[in-house]
Write a protein that binds this ligand. Sequence first.
Ligand code: SF4
Length: 356
Amino acid sequence: MITRTSAALQSDSTSPDDPASEAVPLTPRQHRQDWQAQLRDAVRDPHELCRRLDLDTAWLGGAETGHALFPVRVPHAYLARIRPGDPDDPLLRQVLPLDRESEPVAGFVGDPLEEAEHRPRPGLIHKYRNRVLLIASPACAINCRYCFRRHFPYAENSPSRGQWETTLDYLRQDTSINEAIFSGGDPLASPDRRLAWLAERLADIPHLKRLRLHTRLPVVIPDRVDSALLDWLAATRLQTVMVVHINHPNEIDAGVADAMQRLRGAGVTLLNQSVLLRGVNDDVETLARLSERLFEVGILPYYLHVLDPVEGAAHFDVPDAEAVSLVETLRTRLAGFLMPRLVREVPGEASKTPLA
Ligand code: SF4
């Protein structure tokens, strides 16, 4: 069934204007809040989302349907970058639930990367040689509608401190592992004291060289990059790499630019991974502007993922042939170091699979 909502979201048009031009202003109270208060205050109701963004009430039914499957969560700092009254806004498309999320589509499944096969300990995913993922938080600051972990069993993968010791033993015993990756959910949704504790335990393992963080929080709530975070990042003996997740240049406002500068000041290497999303960034102009903007704020484009086929997100899919063609054209527009690698994650493969 193609509804008014989903049909509109399938259109190829994008809205490349400056996101700040018609943004929803933050109230003075929201400006003063720390990141945890901003997290608590995130919009979690589809009615409020539509009301605050001045969307036609025709969007409500679909928003309620999608919300029942995977709840709405949008912090005000991100909401402020969405143009009110514009259902085609590329940031809105990433967070607005739709009725078609409930439609079954062949090939789109609950665990598209078969991660259940690679969880040897609570909170640990070991897919690739030399590196492991630690589910450092079950929560996210924002619920992206295309998330490949939207059905992940977080309740079974939220280790207590005692369980972390079992997981850390696994790392101690496998000397081939040289990198630990904080993932989630969003690892930075955890308090810094917990992250600092885990980072210290990891730093005690002699064969570990790097700590990587996969996070969207500094993008959606730039105030997350506060002194408590910077202190433990700067203190660890491990080399720190942060892979942020930005899909559209409108996501990078002055707050994000400042947050990235603070991270670089703490010695963190910054990379970005994007997902190629129908109706969000599936055109050369947007992808070129994204790479340029990332580099302006000190982030290197790293991966452009094709969509993982997760149940509820089929409307974001861009066929491989179209993705390859986009990237080949993009290559004629950008310096080599600004080109993200187009990849797919194939369950069971020893690494990501390059497509172009
Ligand atoms: S922030 Fe990342 S993990 Fe969280 S919903 Fe978005 S894509 Fe998924």
